[in-house]
Design a protein around this ligand. Sequence first.
Ligand code: PLP
Length: 357
Amino acid sequence: MQKIFFTAGPAQLYPTVTKHINYALGNNLLSISHRDKDFHEIYNFTDSKLHELLDIPKQHRIFFLSSATEAWERILQNTVSKNTFHFVNGAFSQKFFEFANMLGLNACQAKAESGESFNFENIKIPSNSELINLTHNETSTGVMLDMANIYQLKTKYPDKIISLDVVSSIPNILLNFSKLDLVYFSIQKGFGLPSGLGVLVVSPQALERSLQLKKLGHCTGTYRDFETLEQFANKSETPETPNILGIYLLGKICADILNYGIEKFRTETLIKYKMLEKVIENSKQFEYFVKIPTNRSYTSIVLKTKIPSSSIIRKLSESELVVSTGYGGFKDSHIRIGNYFTHSVEDFEILAKCLST
Ligand SMILES: *Cc1c(COP(=O)(O)O)cnc(C)c1O
């Protein structure tokens, strides 16, 4: 029997990945030059499919990076001269905050307890903050933020740059990009692709900010500052030799998702989530780590286990089902389950059955 990876990421590959990799191998796509017209076609295809799938406005640019982790550094270098503000509610948002300190910036934070969201009304954002950073889905704790609160920040602070980490909620989450300046993800979670590619979507306002900082003599980076990324994007290229296979696969998977129907996938995400919810609510072995139901992520589900999670993980593996351990200090007291487009309703029926016995 084939294993099914319900891991948070890297996750189960999307079912058509094998076919696309074989096509790439059979058609020399991994030997072509990244300055060649064949690559320009791949680049343009992926760029346009991403715009279409995620409903990204034309004026927002897509830049290819190596990871979401890289996006943290690129964002700080390109949009902040001094002051940055971070909503911290788990390990990933915490790391981003730490990057700001490492770069010598003045970083402020609003902190939420692990497994909790924020009380947005009570949070004071200093007027000198140039950038506001949020993590839509904290994969380490399973907390999902309400997008309405995030959009309100842009309404309230139109001059500040708003950045949003959507690594484990994209492509399930529908975003209003006009209220967001920087949106980023890597592809080994919700897209079900091999790791090693990051995507950063940049608004005209964020791009302009970077150009201004550069003009003022601020160092916005080297080969991947926004101006350089834009210059190369205008030629359908990247400054460095990129992850050509990753870019190729991402375009193909976007097209496959569009063919199947993204709304159909979104409905299934909810069906799978509800299926598991029923099991968890009746379980003596697990409970949700996130206490308030409306704060729970649909796509990265974190469960507190009554017995060490390693024994549950072992038991699931006997049925060829793979889930993630808890994150960091929760390694042996949580399990984490990815609910992505790559997982069918039938896959979740198998998982739900195994978790309920
Ligand atoms: C996995 C993850 C990251 C880091 O992704 P990399 O591809 O390893 O850089 C960042 N943020 C969140 C919310 C994640 O889940």
